[in-house]
Design a protein around this ligand. Structure first.
Ligand code: ARG
Length: 271
């Protein structure tokens, strides 16, 4: 190794030195090959139980375990990077992230700019209100202050109800921020994905929330997103997903987070 020849050489570089310590001579033995191909996974880790940061700052959750299992089946190495929802789709388009897992609902609009794996989870919007609230159904939110995470499907449904210029829609950077606002009384309701709302209500008894579902909410499905046209990666992911569903890994992860095997393997059955 280069530094072996000059054990006394100071670490900082001498001015005018011809040797570039950072660039070993061409004859130096090749450095160990960098771990094949590490796929960078973007996730907005403020969305328990799907993705969140634990006390040690590690990114954990249902989505994380699903992608880890997919990667294992597909022989891929993955690394998760916390990526704010606001810029998450751009990070994919720009190539800063190879794939996204973030409880992302597959929508026709999003399909224009990215490609999705087969669906891996069924979801629906759910309303959170204070226990003593008089709100009974979605339509009651027409003229009330409603908190959502900016740019989510929750944002879409309330925007449709109130109109896009409504001053009563309070758009937050994250869903927990919207729920905190409800706790503090700054909004009358929050509309977000059922899994996240239920998890929050169950884990924050002192918030005194209850939930309201509404038949007008469409069925949603989560998918793993890749850059539009990245068919090679998409195929790996879909094969990995299929394999971890077939061998029971998916059900195990599902049971760990949601207490039972999924009622119907809708995700597996869909196109
Ligand atoms: N499913 C909703 C959507 O796709 C919300 C997802 C938000 N995910 C997150 N990790 N913050 O719009």
């Amino acid at each position: 190794m280069w530094i072996g020849f000059r054990p006394c050489r100071p670490w900082h570089r001498d001015k005018g030195s011809k040797q570039e310590p950072a660039a070993p001579a061409a004859s130096a033995p090749a450095a160990p090959a960098p771990a094949a191909n590490i796929y960078v996974v973007g996730t907005d880790a403020a969305y328990a139980p799907f993705e969140s940061q634990n006390g040690k700052g590690e990114i954990v959750g249902f989505d994380i375990e699903v992608v880890q299992a997919v990667a294992q089946k597909a022989g891929m190495e993955v690394k998760f990077l916390n990526t704010p929802w606001e810029g998450i789709f751009n990070s994919l388009g720009q190539g800063d992230r190879d794939l996204l897992v973030s409880a992302i609902t597959i929508t026709d609009e999003r399909k224009q700019t990215m490609d999705f794996s087969a669906p891996y989870f069924d979801a629906q919007q759910l309303i959170a209100v204070k226990k003593d609230s008089k709100i009974a159904k979605f339509d009651d939110l027409k003229r009330l202050k409603v908190g959502v995470q900016n740019g989510t499907t929750g944002d879409e449904v309330i925007t449709r109800l109130q109109g896009k210029d409504s001053a009563n829609i309070k758009r937050f950077e994250s869903t927990p921020l919207a729920l905190k606002e409800l706790e503090g009384g700054g909004v009358d309701a929050v509309v977000a994905d059922n899994g996240v709302v239920v998890h929050y209500v169950n884990n924050n008894a002192n918030a005194q929330f209850r939930t309201i579902s509404d038949t007008s909410f469409a069925a949603e499905q989560y998918g793993i997103a890749v850059k539009k046209g990245n068919a090679e990666l998409l195929e790996k992911i879909n094969k990995g997903l299929a394999a971890m569903k077939t061998d029971g890994t998916y059900d195990q992860i599902y049971a760990k987070y949601f207490g039972a095997a999924p009622a119907a393997p809708a995700a597996a059955a869909s196109k």
